[in-house]
Design a protein around this ligand. Sequence first.
Ligand code: TYM
Length: 339
Amino acid sequence: MRVVSGIQPTGNLHLGNYLGAIRNWVLMQDNMPEGGQCLFFLADLHAISMPHDPAELHRATLEMAAALVACGIDPARSILFNQAQVPAHAELEWLLNGTARMGWLNRMTQWKDKAGKNREGQSVALFVYPVLQAADVLLYQATHVPVGEDQKQHLELARDIAQKFNNDFASADAPVFTLPEAIVPPGAARIMSLRDGSSKMSKSDPSDMSRINLVDDADLVMQKIRKARTDAEPLPSEPAGLEGRAEAANLVAIYGALTGESTEEVLGRFGGQGFGVFKPALGELLVETLRPISRRFRELLSDREQLDAILARGGAEARELARPTLDATYSALGLVRGR
Ligand code: TYM
């Protein structure tokens, strides 16, 4: 079992990242069978596909590393690094560009959403972004990739690229790439914005009130939940009663994801009650969950040298693991390389 996943070091780690992905990373790390391996990385190479400030990217990369460790990623058990320390990511991306098809990339919803009507004005990196993402996981022969719902399409593309490459350049009994499987959490695959139940919670939303950041203090968390958009009805007693009530459904989903309860169970307790009761309960629960994480995060941030060292060590380990697949890819393509 080889678990691989990444996160862009832009903005703060938010509740959507945590419930949709990072919590599963920690769970998989903590339950890794003998001989298995987890690799988690900061997708700093992906971050340059959008306009960015270099000093800010540098700072955000170290901060995101601290946030992951604070959430429970243990650098002694998992390989934690940033892509830029492992040139094989960019190398494999180029090699896979020969296999990926323009039509496949044109169909990616993230590309369509981010480019909008201004496709001509986007960086080439934004268009080939999913090929780099495919390289990220194929490079390590990932078997499982824990992600939120929004990354499922990119994972499908990685499988398509792997399959076409294996078909075109490898024999059936010795494929170059393993087909990775996306692992999406059932209840928290898509946490929505607190201001608009039809768009996902995201670090690119200009309103900070739309998301809970893992570093928000207790007062701010309570305030954001109090001001979260809802309707005037009390909570229903059955899940069917949440249909057409996206904002209410989102808050119930967050509550259930935090306690591990099903929607039925949460509604069993809160059905018939108004948001005046439910919101403070949710706020308290969030504060309790986030308190130890933000405390640890602040401690880690004060030691930048240690963070640098963690990423450097993870980078060295990842470079070792990447080599055989990278060599096999060059070789399958017939590229001549000296020893
Ligand atoms: P990113 O940085 O946008 O998000 C990191 C992880 O958080 C999940 N996520 C969510 N889950 C539920 N609800 C939400 N509102 C929410 N917002 C974010 C994402 O699904 C993701 O799992 N392209 C990727 C990073 C990446 C990657 C990879 C992931 C680069 N290479 C290889 C997996 C494998 C991204 O931008 O995620």
